[in-house]
Design a protein around this ligand. Structure first.
Ligand code: SF4
Length: 531
């Protein structure tokens, strides 16, 4: 009985930007008695069904965007006599769908880290359960990935997770509902150990694939202190200290390492945190800007973000602390007007964003937006290709609508055209070249141009022409560009690299952070500390 783990994708590039972490974590969760699992990342190349034997187990992880392809794989695998097991966010939200359309013997909801060995044991007995509840495991139980199985030369970045869950509640996001609002943080020692293993293999670019790298804000600390919630305050401080401890550890790693993460804009108010990020070489962060207007932010329950000039200032603050921002914007919000697109393009330039993405408002399952949207559609949703529009991910890609909400003043085509214009404008050769000037060698500038173009191309289906010919053309172009780019990201392996000892200081957060001249507790007044 062989174990196969499959990351489904409709498009294969031969090379991928970031390792699909879940594949390697579940490989780590596979007991050694089953042998090394066969890992298939379809963003690299398609699964070869000939490799499946009757009695094998095929684990398929899906999110909404790749669910349809995942179901196709499930059906084919089952037809060959394999046990089919689905997991991932989408299977967690729609376990029955995975059974019905993906021919699943079993579905694992929630975190699979601890449940996967049970599923395998049941498959070996020939009696898998239909449903396993993985739940939300604590940070200390997150498993490290089996990086010894990674095809090093095919990925640009490796991914490591340090925290799951996000305390916010943005209406378009499912993270806080699936991963929960309580941050579940991994110990910094476990994270550093895994990163050292990756650097030994030759990865020097690491994505900290977290829901929100800044789970405790200064406002959270202040409010807990003002309200006299001493237990809460202690808990928040411990979380924050652990973040500083992690960053102090990252700072001790080889100087050629670079990290990227996702963070809320509130971190711009926290100079200690930003300085710790600088020292840790966290040089890039995806920041969900979403909208440049207060009305737009209200639309998505994200009014903790800034708008207008404050927004420009906050985003520039990241840059001043050495953190390059990939700004993420949403178009098609009810409050958007034709002029919102121009204003957004202008702010994206002035805010000195290094990269930006402009997505159209889409209701994703598991979100507040999705519930609202489903309600507006009513009990008898219209169908496309025989599929109700409320199950839009099951509609064949060529027939899928590009916008799902009727906008109060713009047609779907108008929103798409304006969105495309903003993409084109931000990624025109002239704009990219201007942005490239923060780099001081022509080689790095050229690399920046290449990477910007590839990034734009990989997201080409956000724009106007999303027909299959355009997507295939984009895939070819991205594949062609990806090869030289990959070389830019590789580094010589360091097989003898040791885990840092923080200059002899035990990695107790306060000590470690203070050794770096950082204040791990930020501006929270010490007098309010219950300790
Ligand atoms: S969008 Fe970001 S900040 Fe908002 S809930 Fe999701 S992860 Fe948290």
């Amino acid at each position: 009985m062989k174990v196969h783990l499959v990351n489904p994708s409709d498009v294969s590039f031969g090379t991928a930007v970031i390792t699909p972490r879940w594949l390697y974590v579940l490989a780590g969760a596979t007991p050694r008695e089953f042998g090394d699992p066969v890992l298939v990342d379809e963003t690299l190349e398609k699964i070869d069904f000939e490799t499946l034997q009757a009695g094998d187990v095929v684990g398929i992880g899906i999110h909404t965007a790749n669910a349809l392809r995942g179901y196709e794989i499930g059906r084919q695998a089952r037809a060959r006599g394999a046990y089919v097991v689905f997991g991932g966010i989408h299977a967690t939200l729609y376990p029955d769908e995975a059974a019905e359309l993906g021919a699943a013997h079993a579905v694992v909801t929630g975190d699979g880290d601890l449940t996967w060995p049970l599923v395998l044991a049941d498959c070996r007995k020939g009696a898998p359960l239909a449903l396993y509840h993985g739940g939300r495991i604590e940070g200390r139980s997150f498993l490290p990935a089996r990086w010894d199985l990674v095809p090093r030369e095919r990925y640009m970045w490796a991914s490591v997770q340090t925290v799951r869950g996000c305390p916010k509640h943005c209406s378009f996001c499912s993270v806080w509902r699936t991963d929960g609002q309580r941050p579940r943080q991994r110990s910094s020692d476990a994270v550093i150990e895994e990163i050292v293993q990756l650097r030994r293999l030759g990865f020097r670019f690491i994505a900290l694939a977290d829901d929100n790298f800044y789970p405790v804000t200064l406002t959270d600390l202040r409010l807990a202190a003002e309200q006299g919630h001493s237990a809460r305050l202690q808990e928040l401080r411990a979380l924050r200290e652990e973040r500083f401890q992690l960053m102090a550890g990252l700072a001790q790693l080889p100087a050629d390492m670079i990290f990227f993460t996702q963070i809320t804009m509130e971190a711009a108010e926290d100079p200690d945190f930003l300085e710790a990020m600088r020292a840790a070489r966290i040089k890039g962060a995806l920041v969900g800007v979403e909208s440049v207007t207060p009305e737009g932010l209200k639309n998505v329950y994200k009014d903790f973000n800034s708008a207008g000039e404050n927004l420009v200032e906050r985003l520039q603050t990241f840059r001043r602390h050495g953190v390059h921002v990939l700004g993420s914007f949403i178009f098609g919000l009810p409050s958007d007007r034709p002029q919102t697109f121009t204003a957004t393009a202008e702010i994206a330039q002035r805010a000195e964003l290094t990269f930006a993405q402009f997505v159209m408002l889409t209701p994703f399952p598991g979100t507040v937006d999705f519930q609202r949207w489903e309600k507006t559609i009513g009990e008898h949703p219209p169908e496309i290709a025989g599929v109700p529009i409320t199950r839009r991910w099951l509609i064949p890609p060529a027939f899928r609508p590009k916008l799902y909400w009727a906008h109060p003043v713009m047609s779907a085509d108008e929103v798409r055209e304006h969105t495309q214009e903003v993409w084109d404008n931000f990624y025109s050769l002239k704009s990219i070249w201007q942005r490239a000037h923060f780099l001081n060698t022509w080689r790095s500038q050229l690399a920046f141009v290449l990477i910007s173009k590839i990034y734009r191309q990989m997201y080409a289906d956000t724009g106007i022409a999303t027909d299959s010919a355009r997507v295939a053309w984009s895939a070819r172009w991205a594949r062609w560009l990806a090869k030289p780019c990959r070389r830019l990201f590789s580094a010589r392996p360091m097989p003898d690299l040791q885990i840092p000892e923080m200059n002899g200081i035990v990695m107790g957060s306060r000590l470690a952070a203070e050794a770096m001249g950082l204040n791990p507790l930020g501006d929270a007044p010490p007098s309010t500390c219950p300790g």
